[in-house]
Write a protein that binds this ligand. Structure first.
Ligand SMILES: *Cc1c(COP(=O)(O)O)cnc(C)c1O
Length: 436
């Protein structure tokens, strides 16, 4: 072909299947919502799962200082081993001793916890296999798996039982192609915390069916007063557990992208192949940031317990305040969390006859009250919304009060409810009230 006849159309550059099949459901759903706030009211976003957004929550000085010191080291600038520097892996092994016996060889550093999740999913499942994920649950699993042809199957959590796993449903979802069960504890979006008894029940299902567990413990230790965090790996007798964690949430540094996978395989059932596979996969990005790796031993060793305690106390108080406010909203059913940074709120759609679904509920809430939160659809769970508890106290209070006003404006009152019920019965069109 002579250069003169070349045309733009001759460039047949296509996006790969992986690129085309990868999507982030939260982005997609939020982009499709009409989020136009009321210009007369300050916009308050209860939707952003990044605790640094408002500047009210910051890592302690020790953590900042550790990075300051690391930046001066010439060894913080070069490549490290793709699994991470030994000193950093040793520090993670020590910090994670509550999970069980760990050597640095069991640790692979990653670029944030989501990269840890990508490593374990791609190491353990092939196209055509499936991974079981909680519903409601965190959507990164879908984003990571689907483009690779790995199916995400859901098992139900029980909202009336503090979001415990529906064990019967979990077991019924397992088939010959199930590569792993994901357990997110404490949970995003539910804020639930599982005790030893319940974790043991989950392990029994996994053991009976010979399915390994992927434990998403990015919120480890992030539990409110009266709750205890138990690492599922620490009580597993024979089920192999791949734990994904990192600095992101507990140390309030999501942008630093430091996470890790810890392999718990007491009876060596995963074998060398999976360990080596994980190590091989880690070479795809030549390892995570060495700057943060160099700071990691100090960060993990010297962050004072008082810092963690203060952050958790703040979020627990936020949860209590939001819960108390929202109880006054007709048609809403807030579920008090036990840990993490979020609260799920049930929306009795039958109380809002003028509103079609929870997405429309949230669109109208923004349009009238300038408050935005994520619809349950983002977590495969309609008729709920998730609010983030890390926003500054005054903003959260104001937002909750506006949600209450919104609900009082739009919910049918008891008197009208009776009338609506009667007319529904008369018209033979009885709608079953959602039980919350
Ligand atoms: C935030 C979050 C992650 C991702 O953490 P990064 O370190 O930012 O990649 C993973 N799992 C859950 C449940 C989360 O909430």
């Amino acid at each position: 072909m002579s250069p003169g006849t070349r045309s733009v159309k001759d460039w047949e550059v296509r996006a790969s299947t992986l690129a085309r099949k990868t999507s982030n459901p939260i982005r997609r759903i939020v982009e499709n919502l009409n989020v136009e706030p009321n210009p007369d009211k300050e916009f308050i976003a209860l939707s952003i799962g990044d605790p640094t957004t408002f500047g009210n929550l910051n890592p302690p000085e020790q953590v900042i200082q550790a990075v300051r010191e690391a930046v001066e080291l010439h060894t913080s600038r070069g490549y490290g081993p793709s699994k991470g520097h030994l000193e950093a892996r040793e520090a993670v092994a020590k910090y994670s001793a509550h999970q069980g016996e760990i050597t640095p060889e069991d640790v692979i550093l990653s670029s944030g916890c989501s990269h840890a999740i990508e490593l374990v999913i791609t190491a353990i499942a092939d196209a055509g296999q499936n991974i079981l994920v909680p519903r409601p649950g965190f959507m990164i699993y879908k984003t990571l798996a689907e483009g690779l042809g790995i199916t995400i199957k859901y098992y139900n959590l029980l909202p009336h039982e503090q979001w415990k796993v529906d064990l019967v449903d979990l077991e019924s979802q397992i088939d010959d192609d199930t590569a792993a069960i994901v357990v997110i504890n404490p949970s995003n979006p539910c804020g639930s915390v599982y005790d030893k008894t319940h974790l043991t029940e989950i392990l029994e299902v996994a053991a009976r069916n010979y399915v390994p567990i992927i434990a998403d413990e990015i919120y480890e230790h992030f539990v409110f007063s009266g709750q205890t965090f138990t690492a599922i790996s620490s009580i597993s007798k024979d089920v192999p557990v791949l734990t994904c964690g990192g600095l992101t949430k507990r140390f309030l540094v999501p942008g630093w992208r430091m996470g890790w996978v810890i392999i718990h395989d007491r009876n060596n059932v995963l074998g060398k192949e999976l360990r080596e596979g994980l190590a091989r996969l880690s070479t795809r990005i030549l390892g995570p940031s060495t700057l943060i790796q160099r700071a990691l031993p100090s960060i993990l060793e010297y962050t004072p317990q008082s810092f963690f305690d203060e952050v958790i106390l703040f979020i627990e108080n936020q949860a209590k305040m939001a819960y108390k406010e929202l109880l006054q909203a007709p048609g809403l059913n807030p579920i008090m969390p036990q840990g993490a940074m979020y609260m799920m709120i049930g929306i009795k759609m039958t109380s809002f006859p003028g509103i079609a679904n929870e997405c429309q509920f949230l669109e109208r809430l923004v349009a009238e009250q300038s408050v935005f939160s994520l619809p349950g659809e983002c977590f495969e769970y309609p008729n709920y919304m998730r609010i983030v508890l890390t926003v500054p106290k005054e903003k959260l209070l104001e937002a909750c009060q506006r949600i209450v006003i919104f609900c009082k404006t739009h919910a049918v009152t008891k008197e009208r409810r009776k009338f609506v019920d009667i007319t529904e019965v008369v018209s033979g069109d009885v709608e079953v009230m959602c039980e919350f």
